[in-house]
Design a protein around this ligand. Structure first.
Ligand code: SAM
Length: 182
């Protein structure tokens, strides 16, 4: 069984966009409790490499490397890159900050996390790679979208059926990474 209901969101996104190739190197940001990591390990298969990062501890996922730390900490990002052993084919971010209930503050934190995930993706992806990132509608991701469109052949939004309708979360799915931009 999967550790999180969230696992089904990645299954649906992957069924639709064919993101997780056999043998892929996958970086999973905001991995705890490990549902997406489980799906990534299953689908990347024995030749794949899956590295998860989260501030929170998570029980080991066989076949994956889980690192505990804050992704916005450069040292943690470096450890994740080292554990991957090469450029990533896919960077996933299901990260969500702990909200404080103050709308403007929460909003800034959400945008900052998504941007941190994007910056890391731009730094570690192999040409042709893909990036999937949780964003929130009403989020001021315009700057982020412009950057993604420069660096990826295709940028789409998708709300998987397993994501609750009343939730503002949605996912940006960017494929066909071009390191130098368009
Ligand atoms: N995809 C996961 C799964 O299927 O089990 C669920 C992820 S949960 C919705 C979001 C996670 O993002 C939380 O576990 C949280 O600790 C993590 N997170 C938030 N900010 C983070 C940061 N700065 N660095 C690393 N992880 C972070």
């Amino acid at each position: 069984g999967y550790r999180s209901r969230a696992a089904f969101k990645l299954i649906e996104l992957d069924d639709r966009f064919r993101l997780i190739r056999k043998g892929a190197r996958v970086l999973d940001l905001g991995a705890a409790p490990g549902g997406w990591t489980q799906v990534a390990v299953e689908r990347a298969g024995a030749g794949g490499t899956v590295v998860g990062v989260d501030i929170l501890p998570a029980a080991p996922v066989p076949g994956a490397t889980l690192l505990q730390g804050d992704l916005t900490d450069a040292e943690v990002a470096q450890r994740a890159i080292a554990a991957l052993g090469g450029r990533a084919d896919l960077v996933l971010s299901d990260m969500a900050p702990n909200t404080v209930g103050h709308a403007a503050t929460d909003h800034l934190r959400i945008v900052a996390l998504a941007e941190a995930a994007m910056e890391l993706a731009l730094a570690v992806l192999a040409p042709g790679g893909a990036f999937v990132c949780k964003v929130f509608q009403g989020g001021s991701e315009r700057g982020m979208l412009a950057t993604l469109k420069r660096h990826f052949a295709s940028v789409r939004h998708a709300k998987p059926p397993a994501s609750r309708k009343e939730s503002a979360e949605t996912y940006v799915v960017a494929t066909g990474f071009r390191p130098g931009g368009a």
